[in-house]
Design a protein around this ligand. Sequence first.
Ligand code: NAG
Ligand code: NAG
Length: 517
Amino acid sequence: MWMVFFFVCVLHCTVAYKVLVCYPFPAKSMNNLGEGIVRHLLDAGHEVTFITVYPKQVTHPKFRQIDVSGNAALIENDEHVNITYILENSAEVSSDKEFLQELTWKIAVNTFQDANMRRLVEDTQGKFDVVIADLLETELYAGLAVLYDAPLIWSYSMGAHWLAIRMIDDPTNPAYSTDYYASVSPPYSVGQRFQILWQQIMWRYAKYFKYMPKEKNSFKSIFGPLIAKRGRKLPKYEELIYNASLVLSNEHHATGKIPKTPQNWKLVGGYHIQDPPVSLPKDLQVMMDNAKHGVIYFSMGSMWKSEMIPKRLTDELLKMFGGLKETILWKYEADLPHRPKNVHTIKWAPQQSILAHPNCKIFISHGGLLSSTEAIHFGVPIIGIPISYDQYINIEKSVTKGYALKVSLSYNLAKDLKPAIESLIQDTKYKENVKFLSSIYHDRPIPPGKELVHWIEHVVRSRGALHLRSIALDVPFYQKAYLDIIAITITTFTFITCLIKQLFRRKPTKQIKKKVN
Ligand SMILES: *[C@@H]1O[C@H](CO)[C@@H](O)[C@H](O)[C@H]1NC(C)=O
Ligand SMILES: *[C@@H]1O[C@H](CO)[C@@H](O)[C@H](O)[C@H]1NC(C)=O
C-alpha cells in the first residue's frame, strides 16, 4: 500500500502541463519577459509552446516556437523609436494615447493572419492546460483561452496600475494611482489630479467607443469559425476578457508607490533575471576586471538604438566621456570610430552580466521596467533618460527613492549628463540607497521564478483559480456607485417632504376658515 501511495505521489508531483505562452508584440524587452516564463516552465518540466517575434535556434523536446516575426514589420521605421526624430519634434509616444491602442490591435490581427499561427490554431487536435498572454492594450488574445477551453493568465510588463488591474478587479482610484503614460508619481496636486482623471476619461472613450467594437469584430471573425469547428459556441467578448485567473505582474514592492492590488495580482518582478548571471564574454570580462575607476554602462535598450542619436550629439557625448576617468561601455549598434581610449562600444550587450560585475558603477538607461528592475537586482544606481511609455514614471519613482537622477533627452544631453555622473560618483548615498532597496527586493520567501511557476501550476490544478477572483467583478457598476441607493433615498426624501408640506399646508387653512366663521 505504501508503494502505491508513493507511486501516486511521484506521479502527481511530476505532472507536466501544456502551456501556451503568447508574446506577439515586436519588442525585444517584452520578449525577454516571455522567455523568462518559458525558461522557468521548461525547468519545471512543463511542455511549452511560445508565440514569439524573435524565435531562437534551440531544440528542446518539450519546447515549440510559433514564429510570428512578420509582426516586426509593423513597427519598422517607426518614428516613435527614432531618437533623432524625437529630438527634432520633441515627440513622445506618451502624448499619443491612441497610438498604442491602434498599433496593438493591428498587431493582434496580423498575428492571427500569420501562416504559422494559423497552423497552430486550426489544428483541432491542439490542447493546452493554460494560456498565458502578454497584455498590452488589446485583449484579443483572450480568445486563445476560449479556443483551448483553458484558464487564462495575463502577463503584464509595466507594473501595477489601473489599466491592467481593471482586468481582474475594480480599477484603482486615479487620485493616487496612474498608468504608464504618466510622468508624475503621487501625491498629486489639484492640477495633476485633473490631468490624470482627464487622461483616464479620454483613454476609456477611445477604448470603449473606438477599439472595443473593432476588437469584438475581429474576435468574431477570427475565433467564430475556429470555435465552431470545435463544436462550441462563441462566448461574449466582455465575459471572457475579464475572466483571467491571474495577472503576473513584472514589478516588485521595492520600487514603491504600488496601489492596492487584488489577491490574484502576483508581483513576480525580476523573474526574467538569470541569477547567477551567465558569465561575460572573455574580452568584456577582462575589460571590466581591469577598469580601475569603474565602468559606466550606457544603453538605451533594444527599441531605441543609440545609433539613432544625431551625429553632433554623439560627438559631444564621446568628447564628454573622454574627459572622465571611468571606463564607458556603450551599447552602440554600429561602428563608432574615433572613440576616446576609455570608451568601448558593444553591439549587443549581456546587460544582466554587466550590471552584476562589481566594477559596474553607474547605469545610464532609458528606465524601462526591465532595466530598472535589473538595476535594483544588482544594486547599481541609475541615470535615467526617459523617452516614452512607463520610463518617465519609473525614473520618477527611482529618483524619489534616492538611487537615480533624471536627465532629459535633448541636444544638451552631453552637458546635462556630466554633472549627473559626477554626483553619482561623488555622493555615496545613491549607492547606499540602491543597495538597501536591493536587500528588500531579495528578501522574499521564494525567488520570483519559482513563485511564477507555482501560480501557473496552481491555476491549472485549481481549474482556473476561481477562489482567487475578486467579487467586485460580479457586482454591476450601478451598485458599486450606489446609484440605486441614491435614487431610492432621493425619491423617499422627496416623497416625504412633499407629504409633510401637504399636511402642514392644509391645517392652517382650516384654522383660518374656522376663525372667519
Ligand atoms: C530618423 O529621423 C530623422 C529625422 O526625422 C530622419 O532624417 C532619419 O532618416 C530617420 N531615420 C530612420 C532610420 O528612419
Ligand atoms: C472563465 O474561466 C473559467 C475558469 O478558467 C472557465 O471555466 C470558464 O469557462 C470561463 N468563462 C468564459 C466565458 O470564458
